[in-house]
Design a protein around this ligand. Sequence first.
Ligand SMILES: *[C@@H]1O[C@H](CO)[C@@H](O)[C@H](O)[C@H]1NC(C)=O
Ligand SMILES: *[C@@H]1O[C@H](CO)[C@@H](O)[C@H](O)[C@H]1NC(C)=O
Ligand SMILES: *[C@@H]1O[C@H](CO)[C@@H](O)[C@H](O)[C@H]1NC(C)=O
Ligand SMILES: *[C@@H]1O[C@H](CO)[C@@H](O)[C@H](O)[C@H]1NC(C)=O
Ligand SMILES: *[C@@H]1O[C@H](CO)[C@@H](O)[C@H](O)[C@H]1NC(C)=O
Ligand SMILES: *[C@@H]1O[C@H](CO)[C@@H](O)[C@H](O)[C@H]1NC(C)=O
Ligand SMILES: *[C@@H]1O[C@H](CO)[C@@H](O)[C@H](O)[C@H]1NC(C)=O
Ligand SMILES: *[C@@H]1O[C@H](CO)[C@@H](O)[C@H](O)[C@H]1NC(C)=O
Length: 585
Amino acid sequence: MVQNFVSGSTFLLYYFFLCPLIIANEYDLPPHIIVIMADDLGWDDVGFHGSNEIPTPNIDALAYNGIILNRHYVLPSCTSSRAAFLTGRYPTRMGLQGDSIQGGEPRGLPIDIKILPEHLQKLGYETRLIGKWHVGFHTPQHTPLHRGFDSFLGFYNRYISYYDYRYTQGNMSGYDMHIDDQPAYGLKHEYATDLFTNEAVRIIDNHYSQRPLYLQISHLAVHAPLEFPPDDYHEENFTHIKEYERRKYAAMVTRLDNSVGRVVSSLGDRGMLKNSLILFLTDNGGAPTGKYRNWAWNYPLRGTKYTLYEGGVRGVAAIWSPLLQDVARVSDQLIHITDWVPTLYAAAGGDIRDLRELDGVNQWRALNHSGQSTSRTILLNIDEISKTEGAIHGRFKLIRGSIDPHGQYDGYVWPINHYRRRVTISYNTTRILHSVVADSIRTHLGTPITQPSTMITLRQRATVECHTNSTSPNIFNVSTCNQTECLFDIIHDPCETKNIAQQYPMRVTDLDQFLAKHSNSLMKQLRLPVDQMADPRRKNGTWQPWLKPGVFVYPNPNGAGAIGTTAICAHIGMALIIVGLRAFI
Ligand SMILES: *[C@@H]1O[C@H](CO)[C@@H](O)[C@H](O)[C@H]1NC(C)=O
Ligand SMILES: *[C@@H]1O[C@H](CO)[C@@H](O)[C@H](O)[C@H]1NC(C)=O
Ligand SMILES: *[C@@H]1O[C@H](CO)[C@@H](O)[C@H](O)[C@H]1NC(C)=O
Ligand SMILES: *[C@@H]1O[C@H](CO)[C@@H](O)[C@H](O)[C@H]1NC(C)=O
Ligand SMILES: *[C@@H]1O[C@H](CO)[C@@H](O)[C@H](O)[C@H]1NC(C)=O
Ligand SMILES: *[C@@H]1O[C@H](CO)[C@@H](O)[C@H](O)[C@H]1NC(C)=O
Ligand SMILES: *[C@@H]1O[C@H](CO)[C@@H](O)[C@H](O)[C@H]1NC(C)=O
Ligand SMILES: *[C@@H]1O[C@H](CO)[C@@H](O)[C@H](O)[C@H]1NC(C)=O
């Protein structure tokens, strides 16, 4: 199985030199930070957003005993969202605002920008990544161990198959599972969600609890391909769901939910829970259509992954920690995924003045006290290639463009009857009250836990309603923003049915100016062709870095500094230069 990553010497060094310092300070030990990131999870696929279809008792228990982050905005696709999460900056500053990185495409997160685990390492954290990376691996310098993680068990690409851990790009196909920076051969073919959960539990079990831990579990789940978890999942489990594929998806969500329970339970058993902060979030909205369709539902939010409609960028998120005072509530605070770098750094006791050039803001105080912060404008994205852009200020959201000429991703995937006819099982709050997460909180913290009546109230607050009476437009008769710009009032019209750009020209102008400002500092995307030298056939059938370290230097994020090799490549016959750089021919 997976070996213990911690080298003995590092541990001894730590134990004899650093440990006494930390013990002296035991009560000030920064919190263990556990980030659980789901992939392509739909808005409507957790119980706390009002759906009865797929029970998620552990995730719900975490949310009801913590804070439901109901206006948490993310980027519309994987690479851009993870880049924003890790750097605290808008991907437009790094040229990562567009399509996710393809296998064999020689680009990634610029290595001159410090990322979250690097910041936390400086504060004494042990930093571990499990699961998906997908922010570049063309050179060894771009892989997790060179980017602030002490250990890694996971995959580099967009997705892998759940049992044999393979990824295919065009005619290139290979194994993609790694321990640290080596291929992880010899693993038994365990369902990926379980492999990652077992590794998380192993890390927690072996963690020296007087040292703060940063553990990021970036699940493959519930990205396509749809594959059933093993053992006790049978077709009869989700008989209230009509579609076979959606039942598969439901089983995958359930396995993810179990994983959350196991992680929280092991934190409890190790005595770490009372000093933990757990963030659960999705990287972007669900994908009910398209190439990587996973049968997620963003209902009643409009749009899907890839789009700037709410279904693409308003992501499921909740935070739980006994260090937060004011919990069991729904927060309407506007939070952007770039906020986690300063927020977690502050929670870890760092001084955010150490972090420069961030777009994210520190939300730690706002999370601890339920007040709303001042009005703020956030950039949803500017993708100069697909010609889509959007921004939010308060209740107003301006968006332009469509990624698909037929608006395939912009509305609802199924006709309204499909949603309305949903056969529901009842919402079982007893099951949440006795979930592994709730049991762990009860047992290990001894604090009162959120009771069913409060759960129901919170759930109602967290459920998005769309008004469909005669005075407001039918939610399925929506404005298209592919020809004209759209301004939506997302507080009163969260389903984005009614374009109010003409009624509020000043709002449009303000958001326009904000977008123009970001357009000016935008770094153009380097959409590079897939490099055939990345072919896993050259690397014992495994996806691995294929270019020499140190060659790829990116322009600085303001676009003001020296233009790096890659950017020059992109502008002057990059293919030739890349040929010259190839490492392991
Ligand atoms: C794989 O496809 C690329 C083009 O997409 C082609 O250039 C290359 O020769 C193919 N390689 C093999 C081994 O078929
Ligand atoms: C699925 O069904 C099987 C057999 O009926 C049962 O043992 C199992 O507990 C069910 N699993 C879930 C997650 O409901
Ligand atoms: C949250 O606020 C309370 C009350 O002001 C304070 O005692 C506590 O230290 C704060 N917690 C954190 C983690 O900042
Ligand atoms: C815009 O999208 C709608 C569907 O939402 C589609 O019917 C229409 O053809 C699209 N128009 C253009 C110009 O792409
Ligand atoms: C709700 O969950 C509890 C605990 O899992 C179970 O005993 C009970 O039968 C469930 N109730 C319904 C109506 O399904
Ligand atoms: C119709 O919807 C509007 C909001 O769009 C709401 O203010 C109004 O009360 C609704 N009317 C009825 C009769 O439900
Ligand atoms: C759709 O909305 C437009 C403009 O809001 C309206 O003119 C049209 O009658 C609506 N169509 C339906 C079928 O509701
Ligand atoms: C090549 O891959 C196989 C598994 O596919 C593995 O067993 C073997 O050890 C690998 N060889 C090297 C040299 O890494």
